[in-house]
Design a protein around this ligand. Structure first.
Ligand code: DMJ
Length: 485
């Protein structure tokens, strides 16, 4: 080997060390640390409260336990934490009781438990996950017993048909909740060979498709009895977000055969661009919220997933819009990074604003918290895969360092109350989505593209990977939906 070749290979080894191996070592130990502390202080509870060293039972799960375990299965498996994955699997096998009588959020149970069990099954092939998810899926069906088939937001898993709405005095179902079932329910039909799950979500889509939409936008709340919008508030953040995500991902998961989802996605994106996308005086692109025609110039941390979503959608739209959408995705991701960069902690606030002189900052004290959310690093991961621009890994590394500096306690990770504070106060909660999403997306950001390639897998909104269903397979099976109605 010549000296130059030797230097080149040394340089590439150094490059891999700093851009992949070192971040992986960190993320492996971060996941292990989060897991070990959960296990030590809150085993079997839904989430760890690291300051008080106990568990949080998270009422939205209706009595289901072990949310952090089910949410972590695939991350543990992907990172190669074999012993921890075995413990998690054994807990699911022996302790996950699905016949519980509390009021559960259909959405939360679907994205965390159904999504977590499905991806664990698809990654490992272990029958126990299939058995559990099929039982759980059946328990969710009573939520759909409404005159329109738009599900109620709340269901009792062992409730023998009981369900109710949970907003606007019990009248409304939330777009981001009933619009975030499609991926999991189609897979439930795949696993059970029973079309009922797909029929339920196809009915939701059909209903939404035929409704009048103000300026092409989808309001956030719908009455499941009358089938009409409850108000005209629109957001790509809280209450709206993952509905849009599931349209483009339904298309991708169907091996690009679900043309209705595709049409709905690009039409919705066009309406969002025409009505909500703004440029701040300082040149930052953001997605505002819409209150009956009036813009609210704020963007939630939740809305930062949209950089990644618009990025993965870009290459499937019309060729003329491809570069434009990719630029939009990059610009939104840049703005979300700015919301982090402009704080002393280098973690972003829950809501940032573009009014009264604010530019991607949070003037209101009650909007300054960071609860270990994933959306910003999620967009870094997708944009890295799509562009291989090294800045996304640099930004991910900044986030990782900030998490270590400000959110790591002796007993686990915690959200913080004020990202602008010089003295850090913790919120005492290690959210299960930190293990399911934040750490997984960071790990994937520093991995080769062939770890869960985007052409073969789609991630549900809780970062649980679900396989693309090959189109040939869909023609063979009688229960597969007809995407064209
Ligand atoms: C997660 O449970 C999911 O990503 C959901 O879509 C939105 N909120 C949290 C994370 O912030």
């Amino acid at each position: 080997m010549t000296l130059t070749r030797l230097q080149q290979s040394q340089a590439s080894l150094n490059y891999t060390y700093f851009t992949e191996i070192l971040p992986h070592v960190f993320l492996f130990q971060m996941m292990k640390f989060a897991w070990d502390n959960y296990k030590r202080y809150a085993w079997g509870e839904n989430e760890l409260r690291p300051l008080s060293r106990n568990g949080n039972d998270g009422r939205t799960f209706g009595g289901l336990r072990g949310a952090s375990i089910v949410d972590s299965l695939d991350t543990l498996y992907i990172m190669g934490l074999g012993e921890e994955y075995q413990e998690a699997k054994e807990w699911v096998e022996n302790n996950l009781n699905l016949n519980v009588g509390g009021e559960a959020s259909l959405f939360e149970v679907n994205i965390r438990y159904v999504g977590g069990l499905l991806s664990a099954y698809y990654l490992t092939g272990e029958e126990v996950f299939k058995r559990k998810v099929v039982e759980l899926g059946r328990n969710l069906l009573p939520a759909f017993n409404t005159p329109t088939g738009i599900p109620h937001g709340v269901v009792i898993l062992a409730g023998m048909g009981w369900a109710r709405a949970r907003t606007h005095g019990g009248r409304s179902s939330v777009l981001a909740e009933f619009g975030t079932l499609h991926l999991e329910f189609v897979h439930l039909s795949e696993l059970t060979n029973d079309s009922i799950y797909t029929e339920k979500v196809m009915n939701i889509r059909k209903h939404l498709n035929q409704l009048d939409k103000p300026r092409g936008l989808y309001p956030n709340a719908l009455n499941p009895v009358s089938g009409n919008w409850e108000q005209h508030y629109v957001s790509i953040g809280a209450l709206g977000d993952s509905f849009y995500e599931y349209l483009i991902k339904s298309y991708l998961m169907s091996d690009r055969t679900d043309e209705v989802a595709k049409r709905m996605y690009y039409a919705a994106l066009e309406a969002i661009e025409n009505n909500l996308v703004q440029r701040s005086p300082g040149g930052l692109i953001y997605v505002a919220e819409w209150r009956g025609g009036i813009l609210d110039h704020r963007m939630g941390h939740l809305a930062c997933f949209s950089g990644g979503m618009i990025g993965i959608g870009a290459e499937h739209g019309s060729p003329e819009t491809r570069q434009h959408q990719l630029d939009l995705a990059a610009n939104i991701t840049h703005t979300c990074h700015e919301s982090y960069r402009r704080t002393p902690t280098k973690l972003g606030p829950e809501v940032f604003r573009f009014d009264d002189g604010a530019e991607a900052t949070a003037p209101r004290v009650n909007e300054r918290h960071y609860i270990l959310r994933p959306e910003v690093v999620e967009s870094y991961m997708y944009m890295w895969r799509l562009t291989h621009d090294p800045k996304y890994r640099e930004w991910g590394w900044e986030a990782l360092e900030a998490l270590e500096r400000h959110c790591r306690l002796a007993t686990g990770y915690s959200g913080i109350i004020d990202v602008y504070g010089h003295i850090i106060q913790h919120d005492n909660l290690q959210q299960s989505f930190f293990l399911a999403e934040t750490l997984k997306y960071l790990y994937l950001l520093f991995s080769d593209d062939d770890l869960l390639p985007l052409k073969d897998w789609v991630f549900n909104t809780e970062a649980h990977p679900l396989p693309v269903i090959p189109r040939n397979c869909s023609q063979e099976r009688g229960h597969r939906p007809n995407w064209t109605h």
